[in-house]
Design a binder for this molecule. Structure first.
Ligand SMILES: O=C(O)CCC(=O)C(=O)O
Length: 191
């Protein structure tokens, strides 16, 4: 393989610790979940004094950017219980979801590069509605190594290991409304 091809192949390899499951839920459940999330008292994402365009509702815990710490949030609603059970089964025997974030991205809205707060460990994301380009990047010398996952509706991604600790992720502006439900385990509290 030439140097250029080798570089290309390397840039395309997926982050270690990233898993993707297509059709994690059925279309009927997707529609029900979109209705459930859209009916929540969603609030614009607060980043200190800045407001993001995506609208969110946190359960279990929420990270307060002004206080820079985790705060208790509303209890996780009962309608999420069967889904949490399925996500925990996917994660393995010691997986315990402690926090849930429901997000609505209107057309043209995305999320900037970030890594989730260190209070959280594994991250599972269920995509609803429009698909999105779920981008990853990590420093490689003076450049970025990049990987893009096409997150289809009804799919689940799981981010652990290097994909969680080393790589950042972001979503460029979506082309149609997208919803996501993010399930997070707590550091030291997977069991
Ligand atoms: O919508 C998603 O799937 C990603 C959400 C996310 O990265 C976050 O809220 O930190």
């Amino acid at each position: 393989m030439t140097g250029q091809l080798a570089l290309f192949a390397d840039e395309q390899s997926s982050p270690a610790g990233l898993q993707y499951v297509a059709e994690f839920i059925a279309p009927d459940l997707e529609r029900e979940l979109i209705d459930r999330v859209a009916a929540l008292p969603l609030q614009p994402f607060q980043f200190g004094s800045f407001e993001g365009k995506r609208r969110v509702a946190s359960f279990g815990f929420r990270y307060d950017y002004t206080l820079q710490r985790l705060q208790p949030a509303e209890p996780i609603p009962a309608w999420l219980a069967p889904l949490i059970e399925k996500v925990e089964a996917h994660g393995g025997p010691s997986t315990r979801i402690g926090q849930v974030l429901c997000t609505e991205y209107d057309t043209g809205v995305g999320i900037a590069w970030h890594r989730d707060k260190p209070h959280f460990d594994w991250i599972f994301g269920l995509s609803l509605g429009a698909s999105c380009k779920f981008r990853f990047r990590r420093p490689a010398g003076e450049k970025w190594q990049r990987y893009t996952l096409e997150a289809a509706p009804r799919s689940l991604y799981m981010i652990s290991g290097e994909a969680r600790r080393v790589w950042e992720h972001s979503i460029p502006a979506v082309e149609a409304p997208r919803y996501s439900i993010t399930f997070r385990t707590m550091v030291d509290r997977k069991t």
